[in-house]
Design a protein around this ligand. Structure first.
Ligand code: TMP
Ligand code: ZN
Length: 417
């Protein structure tokens, strides 16, 4: 099992070709969103999961090549709509977008990574010209069934030219939790340059680096998250392509996210929120490799405590199951070396994951009904949905069950009876 922190090895920045100093190594990890039916090492590609920070553009990024094409095929199982919290968030966001676009005559809206159309369907329902661009075909089919128009493709210069030729320029291009997944992110900005109208806005939401560090959310580091965005690094990235960040709005999703509004340089005045966020990032030392070394030490402590707790519970004969076969759980399970001996199964509401195994740690995934009869303890991997899940499963804690969480540190809840 790999140790943290790392050697401090140098790599070339994926964005600016500057020097990236590696500062955290989470060892050999599988592709996260692949759930095989049997224990099958060959079905789940592995790679070394490590991050570093660029000394030039400040982008925190994975330092190794991630097996990208295998990630977002037709069977990509993630569905936005499985969470009431995320559905609410995207419905509210859609309402805001529709209201902003209502001042423009015949507006055109594009969503990069529309998944099952949770947001796009609402924009479509408001009668706005729109297009989703997403390579995950099965999810896109659901979006289309919900009334949205979708192009099954990766977003980049070529697809943007095709969209522009057919529909004209876009007034708003929106993307949530997607562009940080695209290694060749320069392609996204080249596409944006082709597609965005002169006064248009590119609105991007993603998990926020400052919150990841503060909350020791080490499980937000997995194959799909090639970049961990901050206002500083997104500003530097945008400026390489003639764009700038003009607004930065904190969001509560995924344990802490940021919504960046990006426009063509000089197009709009920047909100004071941008300067405030940059100052906060400086105070938190987000450009300083030592920040990540300390983060790595906290991560090691979490591993020792979590594994110690699970072993102790096994010795005492207590039953423990996992809750939420999240992508995040791949990092936790593989980094901590937790397998079916410590955690016999994980419950998850996603049909495409049920009856399958967690990648690399090979723990069976069962539907939420398998949570009954209740175990003594439940290890909550879907901690970003804690409120929703704990409320849904209130009978578990009322019946004497304990929830185990591991961010920002390992905690065991008292039963609420
Ligand atoms: P996410 O953290 O990437 O959004 O994934 C959440 C996972 O948790 C997803 O596989 C669905 C699962 N889940 C449940 O099993 N029950 C629930 O009530 C919720 C909200 C999510
Ligand atoms: Zn760089």
């Amino acid at each position: 099992m790999a140790a943290t922190p790392t050697s401090g090895e140098r790599h070339r920045c994926r964005i600016c070709a500057g020097s990236v100093r590696e500062c955290l190594d989470l060892g050999s990890q599988p592709v996260s969103n692949t759930y095989p039916k049997n224990v099958s090492e060959s079905a789940v590609p592995r790679f070394r999961l490590a991050i570093g920070v660029c000394t030039t553009c400040a982008m925190v990024q994975q330092t190794e090549q991630v097996p990208a094409q295998s990630m977002y095929g037709a069977e990509y199982p993630f569905r936005t709509s499985t969470s009431a919290l995320m559905s609410d968030h995207f419905h509210t966001t859609a309402r805001d977008i529709v209201s902003k676009l209502s001042g423009i005559s015949d507006p055109f809206f594009v969503e990069i990574g529309c998944n099952d159309g949770t947001l796009l369907g609402r924009v479509a329902g408001a009668g706005i010209r729109h297009l989703g661009v997403d390579p995950a075909g099965d999810a896109a089919e659901t979006a289309v069934r919900g009334g949205a128009r979708v192009m099954v493709d990766y977003f980049g210069e070529t697809s943007a030219k095709a969209v522009r030729a057919r529909h004209g320029t876009a007034d708003v291009v929106y993307s949530a939790n997607t562009i940080s997944h695209i290694g060749a992110i320069d392609e996204v900005f080249r596409g944006l340059d082709v597609l965005l109208s002169r006064d248009g806005a590119f609105v991007v939401e993603d998990r926020y680096l400052a919150d990841i560090i503060e909350g020791t959310y080490f499980d937000q580091i997995y194959d799909e998250h090639i970049y961990l965005f901050s206002v500083r690094s997104v500003s530097n990235l945008a400026s390489l392509f003639g764009f700038e960040v003009v607004d930065a709005e904190r969001l509560g999703t995924h344990g802490g996210s940021m919504r960046y509004t990006i426009s063509r340089r000089g197009g709009r005045a920047a909100s004071p929120a941008v300067a405030a966020a940059l100052a906060l990032e400086d105070r938190r030392g987000l450009d300083d490799p030592d920040t990540y070394v300390r983060f790595g030490q906290r991560v090691e402590n979490t591993r020792a405590e979590l594994v110690g707790l699970l072993r102790d519970l096994r010795t005492r004969g207590a039953s423990v199951v996992g809750y939420g076969a999240t992508s995040k759980s791949a990092t936790v399970l593989n980094y901590c070396g937790i397998g079916p001996d410590l955690l016999p199964f994980v419950c998850d509401s996603t049909p495409g994951k049920q009856g399958r195994l967690t990648p690399g740690s090979w723990i069976p995934i069962r539907p939420p009904e398998a949570f009954v009869p209740y175990p003594d303890y439940a290890l909550l991997f879907a901690w970003n949905h804690a409120e929703e899940i704990m409320s849904k499963e209130r009978a578990f804690s009322e019946g004497g069950g304990h929830w185990i969480t591991y961010v920002p540190e390992v905690r065991v809840t008292s039963p609420s009876r």
